[in-house]
Design a binder for this molecule. Structure first.
Ligand SMILES: O=P(O)(O)OC[C@H]1O[C@H](OP(=O)(O)OP(=O)(O)O)[C@H](O)[C@@H]1O
Ligand SMILES: O=C(O)c1cc(=O)[nH]c(=O)[nH]1
Length: 257
């Protein structure tokens, strides 16, 4: 089983146990009214934080975020020296991205010497006008390769804000890693997902440990306490309204295979 599927299988039941996924009526940052909500702020125990950190770190230490290290030619045959990161900094957008960027940076220390200088940074939602001032906390971003780490992506507003903050500081966005992509269209006029738009426009990899499809499948199987056929139908209707084009294309492709 691919490493990233193993991570998903380990993490998903823990998220459910922590009630990080709930069903009801929720107004989102985008103004959309959703029948489900993912609350990463409930992942606050040391055991859960450890699992969350491992999940992100697994993605970040695998291609395309990590690449084989420079080969050594001290002998006639070149020998690969493991992997090294393609990034210098993990950036967590305020607020929920903040603890995540810190715990994942800490977790990377277990991945060997090439990761020991990976740093974290995050923004303040309001600029500080005393002390060190400014809106960035953590590593300076100028000329650094930055991966954005967030919990969930819906319409991509938080991601766009993070990209402009990083670019204004002279940083270079080289990737995005999320816990959950809700696979929604960006807007009425942009039917691609926020994830696809970010990949197309920034030209960088965007990955999520879990997808909306994973949640739908789990609800359909009856694996989630408090979510049955009624919730499945509400999610189906919500997907009709806000599902992205790339999501539709993939499910159509699966149906014809
Ligand atoms: O893709 P989008 O439509 O932007 O929605 C997703 C964003 O919304 C939430 O943050 P939010 O800013 O609501 O709150 P927080 O301060 O609790 O992190 C979430 O943590 C994502 O960052
Ligand atoms: O789009 C959002 O605002 C949003 C969705 C979600 O599932 N969880 C969250 O924290 N924010």
């Amino acid at each position: 089983m691919p490493k990233q599927d193993e991570v998903k299988n380990e993490l998903f039941p823990l998220l459910l146990e922590a009630s990080a996924l709930t069903f009801g009526t929720y107004t989102l940052k985008s103004g959309r009214v959703s029948p489900y909500f993912f609350t990463s702020s409930l992942l606050h125990t040391s055991a859960l934080l450890a699992s969350v950190a491992r999940a992100y770190a697994t993605v970040l230490t695998s291609p395309p975020f990590s690449i084989p290290s420079a080969v050594s030619d001290t002998t006639d045959c070149a020998v690969a020296q493991g992997h090294e990161p393609t990034y210098d900094i993990l950036f967590g957008p305020a607020y929920k991205g903040i603890p995540i960027s810190a715990i994942v940076t800490r977790e990377l220390e277990h991945s060997g010497a090439p990761y020991s200088n990976v740093s974290y940074a995050f923004n303040r939602k309001e600029a500080k006008d005393h002390g060190e001032g400014g809106i960035i906390v953590g590593a300076p971003l100028k000329d650094k390769r930055v991966v954005i780490i967030d919990d969930v992506m819906t319409a991509g507003t938080a991601l766009r804000e993070a990209v402009s903050i990083i670019q204004a500081q002279g940083g270079i966005v080289v990737g995005v890693v999320l816990l959950l992509t809700r696979q929604e269209r960006v807007s009425e006029t942009e039917s691609r997902s926020a994830m696809q738009v970010a990949q197309d426009e920034l030209g960088v990899p965007v990955r999520a440990v879990l997808t909306f499809e994973d949640i739908m499948d789990a609800v359909e199987r009856g694996d989630i306490k408090g979510a049955g056929p009624e919730q499945f139908e509400q999610m189906r209707v919500y997907r009709e309204k806000y599902g992205s084009k790339d999501f539709e294309e993939r499910t159509a492709g699966q149906a014809t295979r």
